[in-house]
Design a protein around this ligand. Structure first.
Ligand code: HGY
Ligand code: MN
Ligand code: MN
Length: 411
């Protein structure tokens, strides 16, 4: 059976309307998790789902499940979706594309008056980006049993606001338990966030795997002092120590095999006064690598580097693990269904591994999961200029429709 085609203009319009929420002056989007912008996006999504006659459930971590009922009330759902929260200078497609492509699946089924056996849930996972609250993929990781609910609810942002209080404030502290749900399969559509598909002129990425990740805080402590009076050789300057650690860690990333990617994107220098020698500096390390053994060795190397520099400069150091995500491989049947759907639609496709982390990675520990990538221009993401073409947006959503409906079975 040839499935109906999705409505690309409707999907594009929804993406552009959603992109107005949290729009930045540089043409990107800022919708940090559980802020008013995230709330506005959630409310718009819920409205569109209710217009499409989906029933809404919200769990205790704010994950939203918009359900299109199936004929079999007891059949486990086929899930799709992604996240609505963004980076501080995020793009108009990261996450939201997977959410609205999932909604387009439901809308297209409604238009075609198709009933499926299994229900279909379009999901919005809470705090995928881990920017405001530093635990990425929070909603999906707790749902899949990889993170502790209470630890996540009590996590606070830089201003001391907790996840729990913010969920309550925006009214998304839902009644449902988070997790413990049996799922038939989950498919997530996402932009690649890298240049591989565009360079290979491919429309669809059949995602085979995703690399692992380890995030650390490194807290460096020295001694505050007067910037004008203390001779250089008498200083315990926490920032100068941290800076040398950062350069050495960057060198490690460039010399280590298999090639990891290591980023230091958050640095807090205290007390933050021009004429006081910094007594404290904390910086966050985001370290990713395709294999677990590599991650173990990188973690050891990072600790040796930081402790060695701290020792030579008379500084104290404390390294705190924030998150640890193992490399994953996606479900073979899901991979094959995505590849077959791309072939049936005569779409140029290739196998690919994900450099980025995704909610689907966490759910892959508890259910059969597949991911569909589409190219993004010049591989740019986590950047206001992030762009995906309407034709690629449509192609990815069409493959998503075909695999989700295939898994949900037609009546
Ligand atoms: O960091 C990640 O990999 C995801 O894009 N949040
Ligand atoms: Mn994302
Ligand atoms: Mn992202």
């Amino acid at each position: 059976m040839i499935y109906p085609t999705i409505q690309s203009e409707r999907l594009w319009r929804s993406l552009m309307e959603m992109a107005e929420i949290g729009q930045t002056s540089g043409g990107g989007v800022c919708r940090l998790a559980l802020t008013d912008e995230d709330l506005a996006a959630r409310e718009l999504f819920v409205k569109w789902c209710e217009d499409a006659r989906l029933t809404i459930r919200v769990d205790e971590l704010g994950n939203i499940f918009a359900r299109r009922a199936g004929s079999d009330l007891y059949a486990p759902p086929v899930m799709t979706g992604s996240h609505l929260d963004t980076q501080p200078l995020g793009g108009r497609f990261d996450g939201v594309y997977g959410v609205l492509a999932g909604l387009e699946v439901a809308r297209t089924l409604n238009d075609a008056k198709i009933e499926t056996t299994h229900p279909i849930d379009v999901v919005v996972w809470t705090n995928e980006e881990g920017s405001r609250f530093p635990a990425g993929c929070m909603g999906s990781a707790v749902f899949a049993g990889q993170r502790d609910l209470d630890v996540m609810l009590n996590l606070t942002d830089a201003d001391g606001y907790s996840v729990k209080d913010e969920l309550k404030r925006i009214g998304f502290d839902g009644p449902e338990k988070c997790g413990n749900v049996s799922i038939k399969a989950l498919y997530e559509a996402h932009i690649e966030q890298g240049p591989i598909l565009e360079n290979a002129s491919k429309t669809i990425g059949v995602v085979m795997s995703a690399q692992g990740l380890r995030c650390f805080w490194v807290h460096v402590s020295g001694i505050e002092g007067h910037a004008g009076t203390l001779p250089m050789d008498k200083r315990r300057d926490a920032f100068q120590g941290a800076a040398r650690m950062a350069v050495a860690i960057d060198n490690l990333a460039n010399t280590f095999v298999p090639h990891p990617v290591i980023t230091i994107g958050v640095v807090n220098v205290g007390p933050g006064s021009r004429s006081t020698i910094p007594g404290t500096t904390s910086f966050m390390i985001d370290c990713r690598c395709p294999d677990e053994q590599g991650l173990n060795e990188l973690e050891d190397e990072i600790k040796i580097i930081c402790k060695g520099i701290a020792k030579t400069r008379g500084l104290e150091i404390n390294i705190e693990m924030i998150s640890k995500i193992t490399p994953i491989t996606f479900n073979k049947d899901c991979i094959n269904s995505i590849r077959n759907a791309a072939e049936k639609r005569k779409l140029e496709h290739q196998d690919i591994s994900s450099g980025a982390g995704h909610d689907a990675c966490h759910v892959s520990f508890i259910a059969p999961v597949g991911m569909i990538f589409i190219p993004c221009e010049h591989g740019i993401s986590h950047n206001e200029t992030e762009y995906a073409s309407p034709s690629d947006i449509t192609a990815g959503a069409q493959v998503l429709f075909d695999v989700v409906v295939g898994a949900a079975k037609l009546e």
